[in-house]
Design a protein around this ligand. Structure first.
Ligand code: IDP
Length: 150
């Protein structure tokens, strides 16, 4: 089954949005396969955001993402990469539809509450940056027969 990396960034944790965001993920029918609260290191942040190195907002982005703990989670489900990205909304919260996480809970691109992987290759790379194989559970939820096709 497809997997994606969800990060509830330091602003989401500080603002008490963890339960709300995870609740949306669970209610949608996606499965949490791994989860931890972690203050992201400069090293891991640099790997995670390597594609943005050299951009004007890069040092601010690294400063922010390492400033306070984040919730890191591996989310699993059918078309989950696209699905969680749609639930997150656009990068700029002011362009995000209401009903999305960023559209409902953020106004600033620099403090947009969540990160979600944008494709299969990045999802694999991002999950490996933060989780070992042993940390990722393979349990079946008893609700799966009601949320997935046979
Ligand atoms: P994404 O998080 O929606 O995938 P990316 O383009 O990968 O968006 O950017 C990574 C993160 O960098 C964004 O979530 C946002 O917090 C931050 N960011 C992107 N563009 C800007 C900007 O122009 N100013 C400040 N922060 C930005």
């Amino acid at each position: 089954m497809e997997k994606t990396l969800l990060i509830i960034k330091p602003d989401g944790v500080q603002r008490g949005l963890v339960g709300e965001i995870l609740g949306r993920i669970e209610k949608k029918g996606f499965k949490i396969s791994a989860m931890k609260l972690e203050k992201i290191s400069k090293e891991k942040a640099g790997i995670h955001y390597a594609e943005h190195a050299g951009k004007g907002f890069y040092s601010e982005l690294l400063e922010f993402i390492t400033s306070s703990p984040s919730v890191l989670a591996v989310i699993e489900g059918k078309n989950v990469i696209d699905g969680v990205r749609k639930m997150a909304g656009k990068t700029n919260p002011l362009e995000s539809d209401l009903g999305t996480i960023r559209g409902d809970f953020a106004v600033a691109v620099s403090h947009n509450v969540v990160h979600t992987s944008d494709g299969p290759e990045s999802s694999k790379r991002e999950i490996e940056n933060f989780f070992s194989n042993e940390e990722i559970q393979t349990h079946i939820l008893c609700t799966e027969e009601w949320t997935c096709e046979a």
